[in-house]
Design a protein around this ligand. Structure first.
Ligand code: ATP
Ligand code: MG
Length: 400
């Protein structure tokens, strides 16, 4: 199929808005005789006049050729083999154009491609043409290329039209693409929420048929994606989209059912996410532990209270209840052990805010986990309208 091509004067992408490191890699590849494109999210965001997080490059140079061209290059990735090219402290992810998933009876070595019986792809390193590479991507708006040779934008999948219409459309058959990689469903919700786009009807219906497949996704990839969901600066809209598509249930089973029982719980989560978004807008770094502590905060407090009521000491109840819940979360979303401990520390530390006498406040303020615990205390006090005098005490102490 012939792609739609926008020549330089027909679009708004300027090299000024592309990182110097990415430009360098693109020109080095072009000068060595290769095709070199910016691909995916970078092109999408530039066309939308948003600030891209990073620039990924797609090329016809193979990983081994890349290693010869760039000294500062590392080959990474098991599922997709790609190159990380280091330029002045910036890592530019560069991958070779990929071919479509081969049919079962095609002879391709196990090493380059492997699909499980249920269609889940676990390894694919078959190189292809730019068109094939575009059609393997998840959504039409993520399949655009920017060609450094003539500064044109190349569209094989209809992404330019969908950018205009503000639509998240799956490339190919949504049921098949979601079965191949169930994480694409939560990516759809993330892009819809972040960009303020609608998920196209067929994709939307396919999500409702395939959402239970999320349990097949790798738990560590889920952890990466979940962080992106809530750290993107549009967590509130993303969360609403996850609820609308009913993806929250397969991700966080117990927590989402607990939310469903009471509208006030839902409002608490939304307020927390609004706070996350304010922090992102202010370009503040938020620890994953603080994010999860806040997100699950009210739910964890309910679980802790149940244990205290059944005779546990408050400190013991906090650690036991929280670890019990997080171990269940881990069946779907693998939260690293250190982060799990930090989450339960934040919660266990909350008891110390009640102790305002003597040297205790000073000692607490000098301890390692204080800042995250304090941020949790502050946000939860404000959103729940409680402990306001205590909060004032601690805010005054912090200023002294
Ligand atoms: P972000 O702004 O969050 O970085 P992005 O579109 O760049 O968004 P990445 O996760 O960085 O998303 O992936 C880069 C590109 O790789 C995507 O734009 C898309 O073309 C392709 N891609 C990523 N994940 C998948 C996937 N699961 N299936 C198919 N294509 C994917
Ligand atoms: Mg990206």
């Amino acid at each position: 199929m012939n792609p739609v091509i926008l020549k330089r004067p027909e679009h708004n992408i300027s090299r000024k808005n592309i990182s110097a490191a990415a430009i360098k890699v693109l020109y080095r590849l072009k000068d060595a005789g290769y095709t070199a494109y910016i691909a995916g999210g970078g092109v999408r965001d530039l066309l939308l006049e948003r600030h891209p997080k990073d620039f990924d490059i797609a090329t016809d140079a193979t990983p081994n050729e890349l290693r010869k061209i760039f000294r500062n290059c590392r080959l990474v990735g098991r599922r997709f083999r790609l190159a990380h090219i280091l330029f002045r402290g910036e890592v530019i992810e560069t991958s070779t154009f990929r071919a479509p998933a081969p049919h079962e009876d095609d002879k391709v070595s196990e090493n380059t491609f492997r699909a499980e019986k249920d269609g889940l792809v676990v390894r694919d390193n078959v190189f292809g043409s730019p068109e094939q590479d575009a059609m393997r991507r998840d959504f039409t708006i993520n399949a655009l290329f920017y060609n450094i040779a003539d500064f044109s934008v190349i569209d094989y999948a209809g992404g330019l039209e969908d950018l205009k219409k503000k639509i998240i459309r799956v490339i190919g058959d949504p049921d098949q693409r979601f079965a191949e990689d169930p994480v694409r469903m939560i990516r759809a919700a993330r892009f819809a929420g972040t960009l303020g786009f609608e998920i196209e009807q067929k994709a939307y219906e396919a999500i409702s048929r395939n959402r239970d497949k999320l349990e097949l996704a790798s738990q560590s990839r889920m952890y990466e994606e979940v962080q992106k969901l809530f750290f993107c600066g549009h967590a509130e809209q993303v969360f609403q989209c996850l609820e609308k598509t009913d993806l929250l249930h397969p991700m966080f089973h117990d927590f989402s059912h607990w939310i469903d029982e009471d509208k006030a719980r839902h409002d608490w989560v939304i307020k927390t996410l609004q706070q996350m978004d304010r922090w992102r807008t202010a370009k503040l770094d938020v620890h994953p532990a603080l994010l999860f502590a806040l997100l699950f905060g009210e739910y964890h407090e309910t679980l802790v209270k149940e244990l205290v009521d059944s005779g546990h000491s408050p400190h013991d109840a906090a650690t036991t209840a929280i670890h019990r819940h997080l171990r269940k979360v881990n069946e779907r979303v693998r939260i690293p052990k250190t982060v799990m401990h930090q989450i339960s520390d934040i919660m266990a530390h909350q008891l110390r805010f009640e102790k305002t006498k003597g040297h205790r406040p000073k000692r607490f303020m000098q301890s390692r986990g204080f800042l995250d615990a304090f941020l949790y205390f502050k946000i939860s006090s404000k959103t729940q309208n409680r402990n306001l005098e205590l909060l004032e005490f601690w805010e005054t102490r912090r200023k002294q």
